[in-house]
Each structure stands twice: as C-alpha cells, then as structure tokens.
Ligand binder design. Structure first.
Ligand code: DHB
Ligand code: FE
Length: 280
C-alpha cells in the first residue's frame, strides 16, 4: 500500500538555485532560510521516501499563452531540467514514477478532475529549487518524482478551493495505490510577491497562511484567486501549490517546522514541513 508521509511548502526564487550552485548558502542575506532546512533534512533523512510529487507553477518552459492547461500531470518515465532563471543549467535527469502517475491520472479523472497528462515535461527553477532545498545531496533524493503543474500565470486561474480539493483527490489516489510506495508532496511557490514591483510583500497575509494552512485551510480557501492577487500580489497565487500539498495530506496532519523571512528577492520567503497523519 502507498502512504503519504508528509509534505513541504517552499518559496522558489532563481537566486536560491544560483546560491546553491555557487555554494554560498552561508553568505547570502537569506542564509537563515537555508539553515531552516536543517530540520527538514533530519526529518526526510530518517524516513524512506520513494516518490516526490512536485507541485509547481510553470514559468513558460512547458506552457505558454498558446497552450495553458489549468492542471497538468507528468506521466513520463524521465524528466530533465530546463532553464532555471539564473544562467546555464547543468543538465540533470529525474526518473518518473510512471506507474503511480498513471494511477493518479486515472483516479483524478474518475474524481472529475480532468487534468492534462504530459508525456514530456521539464522542470524549471520552481521544481528544481524545491527538490534541491529538501534533498541537497542528489544521492539522497527520492528514487522517483511526479511533476504537477498548476496554472498560476494566465487567468482564468483555478480557485484556491479547487486546488485544495485537487490535493485531496491526489491524496485519495495515492492511498488507493496497491504497490508499496512512500510518497512526499512538495508545493513550490509564493508566498506574497509581484515581480517587477518590489515591495509587494504582505507579511501579515503570509503569516496568516502559515498559521492556518495546517488546521484551518478553509480560511485560505475562502478567498478567490482574485482576492489572493489583491492581497499577495500577482505571483502570490503560487500559494495554490501549497494548497494542493496540504489537501493531499488529508485530515489531522501536523506541522513539524516552518520559517518565514522577507524579502528573498521579490518574495516573502517561507517554508513549512507538515507530517501526514499516516507518518505517525
Ligand atoms: C522571483 C520569484 C518567483 O516566483 C519567480 O518565479 C521568479 C523570480 C523573484 O522574487 O525574484
Ligand atoms: Fe515563481
């Protein structure tokens, strides 16, 4: 049987990847953000995790205005990185959990989430940053990944409630997968920011999200995506990726550790690790 052992939300910013590539995590002003992942490394290091579902918003590498699915699930045997927003990327490969991907795709459509399935997908900074923050040593990365892309770019955007419910359906799908699998969900995005307008960080809203996402996610899902844009900026809607992650963890998950600092580039930089009820 498959288990959903936990999930993590993190902000993603290309400067994080650039800092990791230059091994300058201790030198940058947001060094405390990197240090906050020590507790995450301890937690993931003491558990078996076979597959990471990586929920992120694509930034124009896979989908653009000519073709913009609301929800797109990777079903490929292999994924590569693409442009990570900070210079020439070192080519990398990630094995896809094709069997679980197709199971999730079938379950989601049964549950009336008519997602797009993608036999090819590249990971941009949003996917890569999250993986590298949680598993800085490539040797310790889960054997397999499944990317899931949410449209947080071009209206009409999915509602926060829809994203949360999609996460719930993904959680149900994983739990109904017969083979042994220990699964972890990463949501990469947010929190509040608006590119091109430095200063659009709403710390009060960001802290409200961190305070409520575990026990009262309905307080966040009560907002429309337009209201989130007003409160948290046009890229603040990347928060949807956290709601998918939280939805997948089901009832009674528990926060393990979190961090908030601003700014990291244009972003209210946040991280939260949540333990699934099944992990206890
Ligand atoms: C930044 C934030 C993002 O979410 C992103 O995708 C790219 C850049 C930034 O704050 O610099
Ligand atoms: Fe982004």
């Amino acid at each position: 049987m498959a288990d959903l052992v936990g999930g993590l939300g993190t902000s993603h910013v290309p400067i994080i990847g650039r800092t990791i590539a230059a091994s300058k995590q201790e030198e940058v002003p947001f060094a405390p953000f990197f240090r906050s992942f020590d507790a995450v490394h301890d937690w993931v290091g003491s558990r078996r995790i076979d597959t990471a579902i990586v929920v992120f918003n694509d930034h124009g590498l896979n989908f653009f205005l000519n073709n913009m699915p609301t929800f797109a699930l990777g079903v490929a045997p292999l994924y590569r990185n693409g442009d990570e927003g900070w210079g020439e990327p070192k080519p990398r490969e990630f094995t896809g959990d094709q069997e679980l991907s197709w199971h999730i795709a079938n379950s989601l459509v049964q549950a009336e989430f008519d997602i797009a399935t993608c036999g090819e997908m590249v990971l941009d900074h949003a996917g890569i940053t999250a993986l590298d923050l949680v598993w800085p040593d490539p040797e310790t990365m889960p054997r397999m990944i499944i990317p899931l892309v949410i449209n947080a770019i071009e209206p009409p955007l999915p509602s926060p409630r829809r994203c949360y419910n999609l996460g719930k359906a993904i959680g149900d799908a994983v739990r109904s997968f017969a083979p042994e699998r220990s699964v972890f969900v990463v949501g990469s995005g947010g929190l509040s920011h608006e590119l091109g307008q430095t200063g659009k960080i709403n710390e009060e809203f960001d802290r409200f999200c961190l305070d409520t996402i575990v026990d009262q996610p309905e307080k966040i899902t009560g907002y429309s995506s337009d209201e989130i844009v007003d409160l948290a900026g046009s890229q603040g809607v990347e928060l949807m990726t956290w709601l998918v992650m939280r939805g997948a963890l089901g009832e009674r998950p528990a926060a393990v550790t979190s961090h908030y600092q601003k700014p990291i580039s244009h972003t209210g930089g946040a991280m939260m690790l949540i333990e699934g009820a099944e992990a206890v």
